[in-house]
Structures are given as C-alpha cells and as structure tokens.
Design a protein around this ligand. Structure first.
Ligand SMILES: [Zn+2]
Length: 293
C-alpha cells in the first residue's frame, strides 16, 4: 500500500458532508439498531443538523457526539485534514503550523492539536509489551528545562520520561516524577510482561528487576560501553529519545512538563506504526476507543 497523499485525502473526503457520512458509517452504519425503537433502521441525513434520523421513529443520532470533533465550530473536513497532517509528519505538527495550514486562530489550532494527540494516545492503547523470549530496552531521559550544573539524573526544571521498547516492537512512554526505584518499578511491572529479558543501563533504580521476575541485563554506560558483547544495549530507546528531543526542539521550541506526555504519545503512536504508516489516517478516523471509555 502506498502512503496516503494529499490527493488521496481530498478524493476520500471532498467536503464536510463526506466526512460526516464517514463518521456515521464507522460509528453506526445503515442497518444500525435504533437506540430508541430497537429496530434495525435505515438512517436519513438531516438537512438542518449534523445528524441522521431513524426511518421508523425519527430518532436522531449525532456522529460527532463524544468524539474529539464534538462541540467544535471548526468544519469537520478541516479536522480530518489536521489528522491527516499528523500522520504525514516525522517531527510533529505545531500549533503555528496548523494555524497556517488550516486558516484557523492559534487558539483553535492549539486545541485541535491537543485533542488529536489525546486521540492518538487512545488509539495506540496501553497493551503490555514483552513476555517470554522477548527483549525490552528500558531507559529514562530528561526533556526541557535548563541544564543546571552537573547534577546528573536529578537536574532541576527537567521532565523525566521513562521509555520501554520491545525489540522490533512497540514503545511505551510515561512521564514520571523522578527516577527512584519505588517510582519506576511499578510502572515497569504494569507495562512489561514477566519473564521478559530487560536491558537497562546501570541506574540503581533498575537493580531489583530480577526480583520482579525479569531476566535483567545491564550495559555499563559510565564505562563507555554502549553494547555488551552479548548484545545488551539500550540504543534503540536512545534513538527514540534523540528523535523526540530533536523534533520538539525543531517543531515546538519547547514543551511544558504538563504537556510533555501528550507529545511523547504522539511520537509513540507514529513509531509503533513505522512499518505500516499508510494505515494511520484510516485508523485514526475509524477507531474511537475513547467513546467506549
Ligand atoms: Zn427508531
């Protein structure tokens, strides 16, 4: 499958009506049982509002309700186009960029971007990674803030992000308040299945992972080692951090700690689909897991 081009986008979504019909089809569809009269119904598009009406009892369903598009005065096609932009970038989409491309105010653009990132996180989900016979690299990094002295891993003003990445598989990121063992260990046991071979650097907080039922191996960074002879490394995780930081710097200049997790999740979403980027737009406009929450 070829990547989605802007031409494909406008072919599939030529106007707001096509977008609303698409939402109706993926959420309800013709023959959908009417929630009011409980009969399989034919649904008719209403002229007067963004809704469809039951052939039997006239009950209305609103395809946008509950979705990230609800309560927005921004036309649906612009929303869809914004989603498309998020799937075609490698370095993220800034509020300024959306403002320029969509012709909306900065405030609107910023809000849309925030909603789309939340949606990407919801679609990506939180399935645990690893398991018997699998290898997971775990590493933490600090983003933003000013470098204050050489206090190493506790430097002030920075946000700590923990990352867990299965070899040739998915990454999971979490913003964490600190790198203490009591903080990191429960997050790891929640997101990485038992019996996984875990690779970390020599940070003491990881010292007792073996007691949690993992096969824990370390690479000794302070000794200038980046991979041991038997292949213990956190290089893939570090590459992910490099890409994330470089993109934040280039696209957003800086990101406040409060919003960092959203940005990390945006990159997580794209990374986890790196082998099938052409599926991203359809997936984001078809799956709405937040509606079931
Ligand atoms: Zn009905």
């Amino acid at each position: 499958m070829k990547p989605t081009t802007v031409r494909d986008f406008f072919k599939q979504f030529p106007d707001d009506d096509a977008c609303l019909l698409h939402l109706f089809n993926v959420r309800f569809g013709q023959g959908h049982e009417c929630p009011k009269c409980k009969r399989a119904a034919k649904w008719y598009r209403l002229e007067s509002e963004l809704a469809f009406s039951c052939q039997w009892c006239g009950h209305h369903v609103h395809p946008m309700v509950g979705s990230i598009f609800e309560k927005s005065r921004t036309p649906l096609q612009l929303w869809f186009y914004a989603v498309f932009l998020f799937t075609t970038t490698r370095h993220g989409v800034s509020g300024k960029e959306l403002q320029r491309q969509l012709g909306v105010t900065y405030k609107t653009a910023w809000r849309m971007a925030a909603k789309i990132r939340e949606h990407m996180a919801a679609v990506d989900g939180e399935k645990p990674i690893g398991g018997e016979g699998k290898t997971v690299e775990i590493d933490e990094t600090m983003v933003g803030g000013k470098r204050k002295g050489k206090r190493g891993r506790g430097a002030a003003g920075k946000t700590v992000v923990l990352g867990m990445m299965e070899k040739d598989g998915d990454v999971v990121t979490k913003v964490v308040p600190n790198v203490r063992r009591a903080t990191l260990e429960p997050i790891i046991t929640e997101n990485v299945k038992p019996e996984t071979e875990i690779h970390t650097d020599e940070l003491k907080s990881y010292n007792e992972l073996a007691k949690q039922g993992y096969d824990h191996k370390t690479v000794n960074h302070s000794a200038g080692e980046y991979a041991t002879e038997d292949g213990v490394t956190v290089n893939s995780m570090e590459n992910f951090w490099r890409h994330l930081k470089c993109s934040i710097k280039g696209t957003h200049i800086s990101v406040s700690p409060k919003y960092l997790e959203r940005y990390a999740k945006e990159f997580e979403y794209r990374f986890n689909r790196r082998m099938r980027p052409e599926t991203m737009m359809t997936e984001l406009l078809t799956r709405f897991p937040e509606l079931d929450a």
